[in-house]
Write a protein that binds this ligand. Structure first.
Ligand SMILES: NC(=O)c1ccc[n+]([C@@H]2O[C@H](COP(=O)([O-])OP(=O)(O)OC[C@H]3O[C@@H](n4cnc5c(N)ncnc54)[C@H](OP(=O)(O)O)[C@@H]3O)[C@@H](O)[C@H]2O)c1
Length: 223
């Protein structure tokens, strides 16, 4: 395990790839995880070329990526999430595990937060791997903006929720690779119950205004 390596599970999808792009662009070493090593290698090659071809981005299966990293970002759909996390239980112990997973459904009235019975995707993760240091973050940054041309998404804030103080601080710092400033400490992990379904509101706004809405918090003291 290397201290500074970040694994992104589901790194072949738009959100995982977008986050990995921002991390690598800021000089962090990233391993894209996938269920298929070849798919991971192809996505990693494409991203590595985009950030200068220095080998900062590589690909691996999800278990290999997880075992080589100290910080793991989970960027897979809610459907299949518990099964994947359960299969990586041993590799995730004691690691900082960041969930950006939004359990969202769609019907004829549009997007909505799925009923989670007093829980959230991030808390599911924590209950499957109690020894992991789970932090919820990056729920409201869109894949399109992440992979887009902006130098930094400095018009957006990353809200970070966690129960492990040091892990939360590490993820707040990581958020600066995306927005140019630390993420906002939003409180305890259980607040993921509010953060995750808020994305349904953003998706609805996106549809109405044909944009990629994000979240900005006003009223904070100057850093
Ligand atoms: N898209 C966004 O703008 C956005 C924004 C904020 C948060 N999020 C959240 O980020 C997560 C990923 O979003 P996405 O749009 O990138 O999703 P996605 O394209 O549907 O899936 C991402 C990757 O997850 C892997 N995957 C798919 N089904 C899986 C399963 N059943 N088990 C294990 N791995 C599976 C696939 O990689 P392999 O086939 O290579 O394994 C896929 O490329 C979601 O939870 C979403 O709510 C997305």
């Amino acid at each position: 395990m290397t201290e500074s390596v970040i694994a992104v599970l589901g790194g072949t999808g738009p959100q995982g790839k977008g986050l990995a792009y921002r991390f690598a662009k800021a000089g962090r070493r990233v391993i894209l995880g996938s269920r298929d090593a070849r798919r991971a290698a192809e996505a990693a090659h494409e991203l590595d070329e985009r950030v200068g071809g220095g080998g900062l981005v590589t690909g691996a299966t999800n278990p290999e990526a997880t075992s080589q990293a100290s910080l793991v970002v989970v960027a897979v759909p809610w459907d299949g999430h518990d099964e994947l996390i359960g299969s990586l239980r041993a590799e995730l112990v004691e690691k900082i595990v960041v969930s950006c997973v939004n359990p969202i459904g769609f019907d004829k009235r549009g997007p909505f937060g799925l009923p989670m019975a007093d829980s959230s995707a991030a808390e599911h993760l924590q209950s499957i791997v109690p020894e992991a240091r789970v932090v919820a973050a990056f729920h409201h940054v869109s894949a399109g903006n992440l992979i887009g041309p902006a130098e930094k998404l400095d018009h957006e804030d990353v809200l970070v929720a966690g129960d492990d103080k040091d892990a939360t601080e590490a993820v707040r710092e990581l958020a600066a690779t995306v927005t140019g400033r630390p993420g906002i400490d939003a409180g305890a992990l259980r607040l993921a119950r509010q953060l995750e379904p808020l994305t349904a509101v953003l998706i609805s706004i996106n549809k109405k205004y044909k944009t990629r809405a994000g979240v900005t918090i006003s009223g904070l003291p100057e850093a």
